[in-house]
Design a binder for this molecule. Structure first.
Ligand code: FES
Length: 107
């Protein structure tokens, strides 16, 4: 599988917000919280529902269907009903481009 892919410009992700991107066939959320970038899969582990329909709550994303919250750093569910973590991906910024490596976990 390929390594890191450029997915956005450095300034394309608003502070306290996220954009949707697709990398290596995976729908992802790319978020910025307190200056730090996070990439997680855009899919709630509870019922395969897009997390991008929800909203950020600090460094967590809340699913709008049943209310589970997931840590953007670890992917762990912090609130029921979801019990399974979501995938996180390694993010780096090189030459004003944001790169995501779908083969490496975040943190
Ligand atoms: S689909 Fe996300 S909490 Fe149920």
């Amino acid at each position: 599988m390929a390594g890191p892919s450029a997915v956005a410009g450095r300034d394309e992700v608003p502070e306290g917000g996220f954009i949707r991107i697709r990398v290596a066939g995976i729908d992802c959320i790319l978020a910025r919280v307190e200056g730090r970038l996070y990439a997680v899969e855009d899919n709630c582990s509870h019922e395969d529902y897009p997390l991008s329909y929800g909203y950020l709550d600090g460094a967590r994303i809340k699913c709008s269907l049943h209310g589970s919250r997931f840590c953007l750093r670890t992917g762990q569910p912090l609130e029921a009903p979801a019990e399974t973590p979501i995938r996180t991906f390694h993010v780096e910024v090189i030459n004003d481009q944001i790169l995501i490596d779908p083969t490496r976990a975040g943190e």
